[in-house]
Design a protein around this ligand. Structure first.
Ligand code: P6P
Length: 335
């Protein structure tokens, strides 16, 4: 492709243009994250040929059965980033406790939170999955961060992104100055800028929710979805389409591309759980990206990125996407 620029060139040019939140450490860290994503993409693309499908025969801290690719992706992310000297520590969906950088490596000023393979229940049925990451600055003066040092609100994120292992492999990210998409060129192994300044349409006719939980939802979500289903015959006066991929990265990418609303609301199937999705490495990074693309992201009662975290694997309700639709759901929570 003529006049293409790679993700690394894009970052360096952005830094030169004065985006001083993009420092050399962040560029090097993102380079290592890209390496991890390329390795995971290779494993996902080869699937059965690499013998990486199926269960690992273990459970993660969430009590979810780990797929072989979950375990491999977690190990790849850690191995690709722990040595670089940009991180003071990291937190993974697949690790019960926060991960301290081994003593043989220098420590840096960033903390990384990641879900190494989100939507992995789709792996064995060959449906799109992805990796999600979030980067914040480690608290000033902390070189050996403990759990409390990681509990930082999403508004403090320096960078957030996801890699989508779909028909094409794409890396989508923000450093607080809009959202850009990069497609992995299988020929060169480079992530190339293909989607500059992605923006979410403020209106939509497409909603995404797991309808099998309908009887457990709270009233505002029941009302919103009922109105979507009523279509032209109801108060919305327009018909809606529905999607549910069971892979948040795929849903968010679709919303970035053509709008939509994604909901994993609080439900009373398990009243002890505030929601299904995890704040630190799913909801916060996706909220940063969605807001930077002109969308909105809420629990229904508060802006997700303003939540003060209390636990590293904390779950939250998630309602995100096209601004006017999310605002409507939020208004129903106020009624
Ligand atoms: P359900 C994947 O496990 C995930 O965390 C998100 O990527 C996805 O949106 C959701 O859970 C799917 O949940 O209950 O429909 O399987």
């Amino acid at each position: 492709m003529e006049n293409t620029i790679t993700l690394k060139q894009f970052l360096v040019q952005s830094q030169r243009e004065g985006q001083d939140q993009i420092d050399t450490d962040l560029i090097e860290l993102l380079d290592n994250i890209m390496s991890a994503c390329k390795k995971i993409a290779d494993g996902v693309k080869h699937g059965a040929l690499y013998g990486v499908l199926g269960s690992a025969g273990s459970e993660n801290v969430q009590g979810e059965t780990q797929k072989k690719l979950d375990v491999m992706s977690n190990e790849v992310f850690i191995a690709a980033t722990q040595w670089g000297g940009q991180l003071a520590g990291m937190a993974s969906e697949e690790e019960e406790d926060v991960y301290s950088i081994p003593a043989q490596y220098p420590r840096g000023k960033y903390l990384m939170y990641f879900d190494p393979l989100d939507g992995s229940s789709n792996i064995d049925v060959n449906i799109t999955v992805g990796s999600i990451f979030s980067i914040t600055r480690c608290p000033e003066g902390v070189s050996d961060p403990k759990l409390a040092d990681y509990l930082i609100p999403g508004t403090e994120q320096v960078c957030a992104g996801f890699c989508l292992y779909g028909p094409s492999t794409m890396l989508v990210m923000t450093t607080g100055n809009g959202v850009n998409g990069f497609t992995l060129d299988p020929g060169t192994g480079e992530f190339v800028l293909t989607h500059l300044n992605m923006t979410i349409p403020e209106d939509t006719k497409e909603f995404a929710i797991n309808m099998s939980n309908q009887r457990f939802w709270e009233a505002p979500v029941q009302r919103y979805v009922d109105e979507c289903l009523a279509g032209k015959t109801g108060p919305r006066d327009k018909d809606f389409n529905m999607r549910w991929v069971a892979s948040m990265v795929a849903e968010v990418y679709r919303i970035l591309t053509r709008g939509g609303i994604f909901m994993y609301p609080k439900d009373n199937k398990d009243p002890s759980k505030a929601g299904k999705l995890r704040l630190m490495y799913e909801a916060n990074p996706m909220s940063f990206i969605v807001e930077q693309a002109g969308g909105m992201s809420s629990t229904g009662r508060e802006r997700i990125m303003e939540i003060q975290p209390e636990a590293i694997h904390q779950r939250v309700p998630v309602i995100l996407g096209s601004k006017n639709e999310v605002e409507r759901v939020v208004s129903y929570h106020k009624d």
